[in-house]
Design a protein. Structure first.
Lengths: 431, 143
């Protein structure tokens, strides 16, 4: 198994944690000294950097939310002077101003370093060709990947997105080995390749693709993998944390390694802010440990995932998270229990006899009804089978959420078909 | 000796049974036997029809979830104890019946019932050895 930086990627957990703590202390001292907004927040929470005696003490620190990014906008959270900055990237806020994230030369180099780890982890090497079909612009995605690939010695084709005909020509003419692309565009590109009558294995030299920037399912991954005969690696990142390369899959494709020497991760209950037991679903909170210009402390990503605590067979000691399961804003409460639609979805999809579509209907604060379409293929005409299926759904959801749901089995095609974002939760409750 | 039965999943929704039967009627498919197994929220409609393959196609075109399953149709004497006698052979052979329902019948000598068991082949051989008349598909159509 190739490594870009074997020493750090396989650093034993104890040493990794020591490194994390050392970097955390440094980061905290820096923001406390140099960022008035952080100093005020720490003071309000009656805490000083020196009160943080170990990694677990991080829970004493206040969170940083996206609202904090707009305080003293746009330069307010910087720990360096503007002449140290070499890049601005923004992330589209859904309302009003974009989130502005600044990078020093060291930060740009470091984000490339992390991508280099990611690429080499998947088997990419010097001499190969990467077609970067992400948008070059204010969005971080394309640039971070570009610099990281160059660092490895990979030839980069800065194709950007769109113009599918040209994408295909570039791939054919230059023998592209890797794509960096969004899942929706990858799916479209693959279908055009088919429609044009190409045989992906014969006509292209494609080996792998890196898909990120949008949520997509395991099913979509397999579909594109099969269509193009390549390996697809799931890639997680957010502009606030460098962009892509925060989490990346290794060849085992079972979870994304988070580079823990650069990011301190926590999984919290989005409602209470308390940490969840290791392995349970919650909101990912990240603290930058190695960022010069604009460190962020306990940044609420709003992304839901869970930690996979078991060591990975690839030998890397940096822990993994599952693919992003959704947004914490989707959470709802029944019988005082926090429930994520993704939790329900995961359970349903693991049950044989259930089709893709489902809906959660809330009529009161102590009952949830789950409407599930049955799988046409698995219908065998037996009533016992359906009764058992219903019981299985009830049991599994009750044991995972502590709430016993009402379950209705529906004919396939009954629920509205999901186009992109399906409306999974129908909340008819009034307070 | 096996005959084809249609099983249709029915949500407990107003008009759903009607819609299924209407779809078959519009395609001129005749129902020979029918039964509904139900729970409080959903049911399964079971039918022996004149053209099961076509019926399946039509129902699926109308968004129904349909399965074709093999069942046995047997003719028992239309007198007290007629069915009981046939079932005794299965009971003695330790064969469990999953479900059973009766046929529409015009002439009264024999009563026809549809039967599904956990082991159809064994059921067929036992009933045949016991001289119970089993209907072929042609017999069913001729009824």
């Amino acid at each position: 198994m190739p490594f870009w930086n074997k020493e750090i990627e396989t650093l034993e957990r104890k040493k990794l944690r020591e490194l994390q703590f050392e970097r955390l202390q440094k980061t905290l001292r820096k923001v406390y000294q140099k960022v008035p907004h952080y100093k005020t927040k720490f003071n309000q929470a009656k805490i000083k950097p020196s009160d943080i005696k170990n990694l677990e003490d991080i829970y004493k620190l206040p969170f940083t939310t996206k609202e904090d990014l707009y305080v003293d906008y746009p330069f307010g959270l910087l720990t360096v002077s503007i002449d140290k900055l070499i890049r601005l990237h923004t992330s589209s806020g859904t309302t009003g101003k974009p989130k502005a994230i600044f990078f020093s030369k060291k930060d740009i180099n470091n984000s490339a370093e992390l991508i280099a780890r990611c690429l080499v982890m998947t088997g990419a090497q010097r001499g190969e060709i990467l077609q970067n079909s992400m948008t070059y612009g204010l969005f971080t995605g394309a640039f971070v990947m570009h610099y990281g690939a160059e660092k490895v010695g990979i030839l980069v084709i800065p194709a950007g997105p769109g113009n599918t005909e040209r994408q295909i020509n570039l791939m054919r003419d230059f023998g592209t080995n890797m794509l960096h692309i969004t899942p929706s565009y990858a799916l479209y590109l693959a279908s055009v390749i088919y429609d044009k009558g190409f045989d992906p294995k014969r006509d292209f030299k494609l080996k792998r693709a890196y898909l990120g920037a949008e949520p997509y399912s395991e099913e979509t991954r397999r579909k594109i993998e099969n269509m193009l005969g390549i390996d697809i690696y799931n890639c997680y990142g957010l502009t606030e944390m460098n962009g892509p390369g925060v989490g990346f899959e290794c060849p085992y494709k079972s979870g994304l390694h988070i580079w823990e020497d650069n990011f301190l991760m926590e999984i919290i209950n989005p409602e209470t802010g308390e940490p969840v037991p290791e392995g349970e679903i919650g909101e990912l909170v990240l603290t930058t440990l190695n960022r010069e210009a604009m460190p962020l402390i306990r940044y609420r990503t709003r992304d839901l995932t869970r930690v996979i605590p078991e060591p990975c067979s690839c030998g890397r000691t940096h822990r993994r998270i599952t693919r992003i399961l959704g947004r914490s804003d989707d959470m709802f409460i029944v019988k005082g229990v926090n429930i994520f639609p993704q939790q329900i979805e995961q359970i349903l999809m693991s049950i044989k006899g259930v089709a893709q579509n489902y809906q959660i209907v809330l009529e009161s604060y102590d009952e949830m009804t789950i409407k599930v379409e049955i799988d046409r293929e698995l219908f065998d005409g037996k009533i016992e089978r359906l009764v058992k299926l219903k019981e299985e759904i009830i049991d599994k959801i009750r044991s995972a959420t502590m709430v016993k749901p009402k379950v209705e089995l529906l004919e396939p095609g009954t629920l509205p078909v999901s186009e992109g974002k399906a409306k999974r939760v129908i909340d008819n409750r009034t307070i | 000796m096996k005959i084809k039965q249609l099983s249709v999943f029915l949500e407990n929704k107003r008009g759903r049974l009607y819609e299924a039967l209407k779809a078959l009627a519009d395609s001129n498919i005749n129902i020979r036997a029918l039964s509904i197994a139900d729970t409080s929220e959903f049911g399964i409609l079971r039918m022996i029809v004149t053209d099961p393959e076509k019926a399946k196609e039509i129902l699926e075109k109308n968004e129904f979830t349909v399965k074709l399953t093999n069942v046995i149709a047997m003719a028992v004497k239309d007198k007290p104890g007629g069915l009981a006698e046939a079932l005794k052979y299965l009971y003695d052979a330790n064969i469990n019946i999953e479900y059973i329902y009766a046929f529409v019948e015009k002439s009264g000598e024999k009563a026809v019932v549809v039967l599904r068991t956990e082991n159809l082949d064994k059921t067929i051989s036992i009933l045949q050895e016991s001289n119970i008349k089993l209907l072929t598909w042609d017999d069913v159509l001729a009824l």
